[in-house]
Design a protein around this ligand. Structure first.
Ligand SMILES: [Zn+2]
Length: 368
């Protein structure tokens, strides 16, 4: 099961009660963040307190974070990272932390040769490439030997448009796939897939063969047994493995990356959380600034065969978001959710997706 707590749904700046990007992903392999905009640690603490006071068992504690996945280096997605890392040090954290994100080989080489420096304007390397930011953040103290814990800063060079399995897999039992996207700096989305459950045990087959209770018990535990000198494999008593639910978080992107395609991904996501900065009347502007419209997000949802589309990352020009759903529905036949700060999604093991909509004293649970 996955839970995705979306704690910021505004692009670029705070607006209409909406914070900048940052989501908490709870997985069978531990807690992770996807982006970490300004004020993220406080948002997590407030959200955690609200979960607790409404009697829910779900939690978003900063001490539990195992990995932070950054989609790109723009500050509205990263400016909350250092304060959060510092709080963890003050708290005496011991466990390693993985902070990872996309870059280019040129930027990684440059940052290795010029640690802590900004690249010259004519170098073709963006000053908000994560290789540059990581190197600067290390220079101002995150590489401190006196820190209570170690940070693994992981840069993923993006060479082309094709999705690929992440070389670092920080969440046990969860496979992370990097989905290169189209933005003004090296950028990617992340596809998360948990291992499916084992198939159903075929008790009828075992009974028909006249196996004893003890033998059936062994097979059910996954142990092969020997009957009349013949080996019976436990696997042959199991049906098809349960589907492994997956989700895809887009990060910032213009329309068109090849990764938003069911054939290119390990599995079609049950949930696609996709940016929708604009509506289609500003399509030209969206493309120019490497962002999506609600229609673009819906086209990606259709091409990657997502079951549910959830929109986020709205421009501050929009107070009301009602047109986002109607526009997306023209290009995607599945359920469309407008996400607001504090909403969370549950992707159940059977693939069902629930939208927990933030209300004054808790959440309303909707089956999508
Ligand atoms: Zn953004």
């Amino acid at each position: 099961m996955f839970e995705l707590h979306v704690l910021g749904t505004s692009s670029a700046r705070f607006a209409h009660g909406r914070s900048v990007s940052g989501s908490v992903l709870n997985t069978p392999g531990g807690l992770a963040l996807i982006d970490c905009g300004e004020g993220m640690q406080k948002r997590m603490m407030d959200h955690n307190r609200a979960l607790k006071s409404s009697g829910l068992e779900n939690r978003t504690r900063i001490s539990r974070i195992r990995a932070i996945f950054l989609t790109h280096g723009h500050l509205d997605h990263t400016w909350g990272l250092l304060p959060l890392l510092q709080t963890l040090d003050l708290d005496g954290r011991q466990n390693r932390m993985v902070v990872m994100g996309p870059s280019t080989r040129a930027a990684i080489d440059w940052a290795t040769q010029h640690p802590g420096e900004a690249p010259p304007v004519d170098s073709g390397i963006s000053s908000t490439d994560l290789a540059i930011l990581f190197s600067q953040w290390q220079a101002i103290g995150t590489k401190d030997e006196d820190a209570s814990y170690t940070i693994d800063w992981v840069l993923i060079p993006i060479d082309d448009d094709q999705p690929f399995k992440s070389p670092i897999q920080p969440l046990e039992g969860v496979t992370v796939t990097i989905v290169p996207t189209h933005h003004g700096v090296p950028s990617c989305g992340y596809h998360f897939e948990s291992k499916g459950g084992v198939g159903k045990f075929d008790i009828e087959k075992a009974n028909e063969m006249g196996l004893s209770k003890g033998q059936i018990g062994q097979l059910a535990q996954g142990k092969d047994i020997i009957i009349d000198d013949e080996s019976l494999s436990a696997d042959s008593f199991r049906g098809e493995p349960q589907p492994s639910p997956s989700l895809l978080v887009s990060g910032d992107t213009a329309h068109g990356p090849v990764g938003f395609n069911a054939e290119k991904l390990p599995s079609p996501p049950r949930l696609l959380l996709h940016e929708a900065t604009f509506l289609a009347d500003k399509q030209e502007k969206a493309t120019q600034y490497y962002h999506s419209t609600a229609a673009d997000a819906a086209r990606h949802a259709t091409s990657c065969k997502a079951s549910v589309l959830a929109l986020t990352h709205y421009s501050s020009r929009f107070k009301s978001l009602s047109s986002f759903v109607s526009e997306a529905r023209e290009h995607f036949s599945g359920p469309v959710a407008v996400t607001l700060d504090g909403d969370w999604f549950e992707i159940a093991t059977d693939g069902n997706v629930f939208h927990h909509v933030r209300v004054e004293n808790g959440w309303n649970k909707k089956n999508l």
